[in-house]
Ligand binder design. Structure first.
Ligand code: NDP
Length: 449
């Protein structure tokens, strides 16, 4: 049997890579992990975690405004971006330490260098050192994509948004997906004028139509502007440092201080040496893998965003766990990609699991839809005219709940728990049989008529 330096060499210490490395090591494998940036990857360093903290920060704008109606006199109110930015970045550094310690505690060797694949069982570090491994796991994640247009280099991406020197007054966000809508709420909360520019005619393709229309309507009421059917043409830098964004359609150029591209994320496989050793990539550069995360080269596996299956942290973590248990733990299992809940941390947030109404109608035909369109108690007292919308999709014959979609305060928190019942395939009757917890927003789910 060949003698290798390691049983497992992981490239990329993000959510999927760290889970795979530490669980494989716990199963007894000798493991090394290479990371060229910071341990923690997109989610911890420049994604979910710092984003959620900024969402909390931005929400204070509305809470402080509404506080008056609840008897509080908020005398002086000023927002200090550098203070929030630095405390968020400090929290990110704390979490990076925890991730690094986890690796250390499991005897995973952390190599803080870029690694590329130079053979089916060999990686080469930036320093030139070559390392052999019985198994290689690619977990390098994805990277923001920018459309190719003149002046695109003047635009930032979510990577840089966490480090801005000062809070811009005018922000243009390109794209209409998760990141665009989350950062629209963040920048708006901090006082910037935000315009979302999208090439298509709607936001959040794939989400339930009624729910995303509600977000659009609420966002517009708040003062966020939207420009649809406006593909990017070019970006000009003006003498005062501001930018002029030219889009297609009959639109005048848009002036802004910061342009942020939120136009999807592409697998970060460029220059990794994968195709040279026979690993197949798809047209987007994603590693093609089978149901056990194995690539077209038997000793090379991939998990997480680099495979472009579902670009969500909890999915990458499960893929990393399944890989480690299957390859090193003698406990083979696969991920169930059905009924994955997801949320958009917009203002207000939205969340969903299962089939949307239109997906259910085309897939199942006979479908019943129950909705609750209501104003949260807190919003009523605050005089905030912002309505929540909950939508339950039920299969006509079996009465099984096949989809749940919501927008409103705390909807991701509510949906995470409700997703268990949807995943378990409970019928609408089982929801109706559950006594309401009053007064709550979530009680709407057991009172749908
Ligand atoms: P999304 O895929 O959500 O949205 C991309 C948007 O950019 C779409 O509106 C798309 O339009 C548009 N677009 C794509 N390519 C171009 C182009 N060349 N020119 C102009 N517009 C373009 O991507 P995000 O960047 O917002 O987020 C990336 C991924 O990260 C998400 O898919 C999600 O999986 C994950 N994520 C998850 C979060 C969460 O769970 N809360 C938060 C943030 C990110 P069209 O609809 O026409 O294709």
């Amino acid at each position: 049997m060949a003698d290798y330096d390691y049983d497992l060499f992981v490239i990329g210490a993000g959510s999927g890579g760290v889970r795979a490395a530490r669980v494989s090591a716990a199963h007894g494998a000798k493991v090394a992990i290479a990371e060229e940036h910071r341990v923690g990857g997109t989610c911890v360093i420049r994604g979910c975690v710092p984003k959620k903290l900024l969402v909390y920060g931005a929400h204070f704008a509305e809470d402080l405004h509404d506080a008056k109606q609840f008897g509080w006199d908020v005398l002086e109110c000023a927002f200090d971006w550098p203070r929030l930015r630095d405390s968020v970045l400090a929290e990110v550094t704390r979490l990076e330490g925890i991730y690094s310690n986890t690796l250390k505690n499991h005897d995973v060797e952390l190599i803080k260098e870029r690694a590329t694949v130079s053979g089916p069982n060999e990686v080469t570090l930036a320093s030139g050192r070559k390392i052999s491994a019985r198994t290689i796991l690619i977990a390098v994640g994805a990277w923001p994509a920018k459309p190719s247009c003149d002046g695109a280099e003047y635009g930032i991406t979510s990577n840089e948004a966490f480090h801005l020197e000062s809070m811009p007054k005018r922000v243009v966000i390109a794209g209409g997906g998760y990141i665009a809508n989350e950062f629209a709420g963040i920048f708006h909360g901090f006082g910037a004028h935000v315009t979302i520019v999208n090439r298509g005619d709607s936001i959040l393709r794939g989400y339930d139509e009624q729910i995303r229309d509600r977000l659009l309507q609420i966002s517009m009421t708040k003062g966020i502007e939207f420009r649809f059917n406006a593909p990017f043409k070019s970006v000009e830098k003006q003498e005062d440092g501001s930018l002029l964004v030219h889009t297609g359609g009959d639109h005048a150029p848009l002036a802004c201080d910061v342009l942020m591209f939120a136009t999807g994320r592409v697998p970060k496989t460029e220059g990794l040496g994968l195709t040279d050793v026979g690993v197949e990539l798809d047209e987007d550069g994603a590693v093609v893998v089978d149901a056990d995360n194995r690539s077209t080269v038997p000793s090379i596996y991939a998990v997480g965003d680099v495979t472009n299956r579902v670009q969500l942290t909890p999915v990458a973590i499960r893929e990393g766990q399944a890989f480690a248990d299957t390859v090193f733990g003698n406990k083979p299992h696969r991920i169930d990609y059905e009924m994955i809940p997801s949320a958009v941390f917009s203002h207000p947030p939205m969340a969903g699991v299962g089939l949307t109404e239109s997906q259910a109608r085309s897939k199942l035909g006979d479908v019943k839809v129950y909705t609750s369109d209501f104003r949260a108690m807190k919003n009523v007292l605050a005089g905030r005219n912002e309505r929540a919308l909950y939508k339950m999709i039920v299969e006509g014959t079996t009465e099984k709940v096949v989809g749940l979609h919501m927008i409103g305060p705390d909807s991701p928190e509510i949906l995470q728990a409700a997703a268990i019942a949807v995943k378990a395939g409970l019928t609408k009757q089982a929801w109706d049989d559950t006594v309401a917890l009053h007064p709550s927003m979530a009680e709407e789910l057991v009172l749908l008529k």
